[in-house]
Ligand binder design. Structure first.
Ligand SMILES: NC(=O)c1ccc[n+]([C@@H]2O[C@H](COP(=O)([O-])OP(=O)(O)OC[C@H]3O[C@@H](n4cnc5c(N)ncnc54)[C@H](OP(=O)(O)O)[C@@H]3O)[C@@H](O)[C@H]2O)c1
Length: 350
């Protein structure tokens, strides 16, 4: 029997999740939530740019979606909503999320409410993505060849000039005057989910952390950075870096760094190594560079076409986790609780 799946919103990541769910023999798309009023009533295949209709209509009727008794909701809204998650989980639907969730630590009391909803509904909550998510799992796998682990570091770096998403970038400090008094705490608030991932990696290597801290850096642009939907004026923040550190005493044992910059007019002008680099210091010290490339037959004419790669690799860790999350006991789970989610079903036929 295929697992019954409801897709929650059809944005960048959601569109790729729908494609994957609809094409997998062990999964069945039975419903779809639409946040945008103009998506309500539309066929989900059409909303996701598929050639064929899927015969599933997007709706904003949450009760009707929960009445479908889905095994799992693929939760990919722009912002997570604790009330919404509580409603889904207490109705008995499991959730795989890409929306800023690893263990819920950053949600404060919201985490307790989600855990209670899981207990009430007998359901399981899991969060992943490419980073945080898959890349931390890869860091954990990397460390599994060492007989001494001094530190696990994961660096993410990217020039995000062509990534035009002011709603998600402003909360981390992008676009603020470089001397804005609000700035110091913004990167930590805007990247809090990476702190959750630090806790997961520490748990995976059996380390009890004394503290998780975030050190932030900002860089201003010396010229206006003009993007499609907004401009960052000279003297404003066009580079944000956050270093999330898991501490034992004053020693950092797990360090997850993100460094995002826009263009070449930054001050200071950070040199970055694009993509992800994992380093496990220990015996042995292991370094893994992860690049993400399109397949040779990839047809791309616009930047948006290339953006699809990032959306695929954000959606797939969630989609591949569905059977494992459905089978897991109720509660909030991370990669440290689940068997390795296997990427079954994606080898093209013929
Ligand atoms: N961990 C990772 O590696 C990773 C990587 C990338 C993204 N993410 C996260 O994954 C989630 C989805 O990313 P995305 O790029 O697909 O997002 P998106 O396309 O910008 O937005 C997703 C959907 O959210 C709904 N939405 C739009 N504005 C909203 C608002 N103000 N309040 C609530 N909902 C709103 C819309 O739903 P409708 O489709 O119904 O209109 C939209 O399509 C985000 O939470 C993002 O931060 C995680």
């Amino acid at each position: 029997m295929a697992l019954r799946v409801v897709q929650w919103t059809t944005g960048n990541v959601g569109k790729r999740a729908v494609r994957a769910v609809a094409s997998h023999p062990d999964l069945e798309l039975v419903g779809c939530y639409a946040w945008s009023p103009d998506k309500v009533g539309a066929d989900v295949g059409e909303l996701c740019g598929l050639d064929d209709a899927l015969g599933v209509t997007a709706t904003n009727d949450v009760e009707a979606l929960l009445a479908l008794k889905p095994d799992c909701v693929v939760y990919t809204p722009m912002w997570p909503d604790t009330d919404e998650l509580v409603r889904i989980l207490s109705a008995g639907a499991n959730v795989v999320s890409t929306a800023a969730f690893i263990n819920g630590r950053g949600l404060g009391v919201g985490r307790d409410r989600i855990a209670e909803a899981c207990a009430a509904g007998g359901s399981t909550m899991f969060g992943t993505g490419i980073s945080p998510g898959f890349i931390d799992l890869l860091g954990i796998a990397t460390a599994s060849i060492c007989d001494r682990i001094d530190k696990i570091t994961i660096n993410e770096a990217s020039d995000t000039t062509l990534y035009d998403s002011p709603d998600t970038e402003r909360p981390a400090g992008f676009g603020r005057p470089i001397d804005d008094p609000e700035l110091p705490g913004m990167a930590a608030a805007g990247t809090a989910v990476f702190g959750e991932a630090v806790a997961m990696v520490a748990d995976a290597i059996g380390v009890e952390l004394d503290d998780i801290v975030c050190e932030a850096e900002y860089a201003q642009t010396t010229e206006d950075v003009v993007m499609d939907s907004w401009t960052i004026p000279a003297g404003h923040v066009a580079g944000v870096a956050a270093s999330w550190q898991g501490k034992v005493g004053d020693r950092t044992v797990v360090e997850l760094n993100v460094r995002w910059k826009k263009g070449a007019t930054l001050e200071p002008n950070w040199a970055i190594e694009e993509g992800h680099v994992i380093q496990v210091d220990g015996m042995p010290t292991v370094r893994v560079k992860v690049d993400y490339l399109p397949p040779p037959d990839f047809q791309a004419t616009t930047f948006a076409d290339f953006m699809v790669i990032g959306m695929v690799m954000t959606a797939m860790p969630a989609v591949n986790a569905i059977p494992y999350v459905v089978a897991a006991p109720p509660g909030i789970v991370t990669y440290t609780d689940l068997p390795l989610p296997l990427p079954r079903g994606w080898v093209p036929r013929g």
